[in-house]
Design a protein around this ligand. Structure first.
Ligand code: ATP
Length: 209
């Protein structure tokens, strides 16, 4: 079973990485693909370039067995719609392999506003992790038949289930980190040291002089 975690990763931090590892182990994933979004359609444009964000994700996950960086959105023109990314992954892995898209509860709250969200559920399961500030979700009608607490069910069918994952709660966000850096503070211990050093070396998230 393959997992994917899409994000702006502006920059990547331990709030992405630790829950991702816990889900990777909990669900016994064969592979977890990190997919930096080049042109996120649903939010303001990221501060660091797609190139820098991709480089930081690579530095963060390179030595972790089973973690892979997938740069397909980087090489696609136009807005990076999740449904298109999933369709292109499906073309590669076929229709029978179970696929789990990891998503934080804050993002899941707006899921039905995403472009072709019903199409997304025809391509993947969703694995939803709570996050400080958003640890409860109201179960709506469309969700009832899809929610499962059995990991075996995720392995049994390729798409369409919702699984709420219990993960360590790390109150970190890229917004917080960017603010710290803008104030001349360090990103150390909020992200891998290689990422911290990359940020410093490339003078990211500091006012341009
Ligand atoms: P920003 O602060 O710039 O909005 P972010 O820190 O929320 O960024 P994203 O790259 O937008 O990071 O998030 C990618 C995915 O990771 C989303 O599904 C988000 O919910 C999840 N995520 C980010 N931070 C955490 C965290 N601390 N705990 C759990 N999930 C997280």
């Amino acid at each position: 079973m393959i997992g994917i975690l899409g994000g702006t990763f502006d920059p990547i931090h331990f709030g992405h990485l630790r829950p991702a590892l816990e889900i990777f182990e909990q669900l016994a994933l064969d592979e977890l693909r990190f997919i930096p979004s080049a042109n996120p359609p649903h939010r303001w444009q990221p501060e660091a370039s797609a190139e820098h964000r991709l480089a930081m994700v690579k530095l963060a996950v390179n030595d972790v067995e089973g973690f892979v960086v997938d740069d397909r959105e980087y090489y696609r023109d136009g807005a990076s719609y999740t449904v298109d990314t999933l369709a292109s992954i499906r073309e590669e892995i076929g229709s029978t392999e179970p696929l789990c898209m990891l998503i934080g509860m804050d993002a899941f709250e707006h899921f039905t506003k995403w472009h072709d969200w019903q199409g997304i559920l025809k391509l993947t399961h969703l694995v939803i992790s709570s996050r400080p500030g958003t640890n409860h979700v109201k179960i709506e009608d469309w969700m009832t038949d899809r929610v499962t607490d059995a990991i075996a069910e995720l392995h049994k069918q390729p798409i369409g289930k919702l699984f709420f994952a219990d993960v360590s709660q790390l109150d970190l966000s890229a917004t917080f980190l960017r603010k710290q850096l803008l104030e001349g503070k360090s990103s150390l211990f909020a992200t891998p040291v290689e990422v911290s050093e990359y940020i410093e070396r490339n003078k990211l998230y500091v006012p341009s002089t």
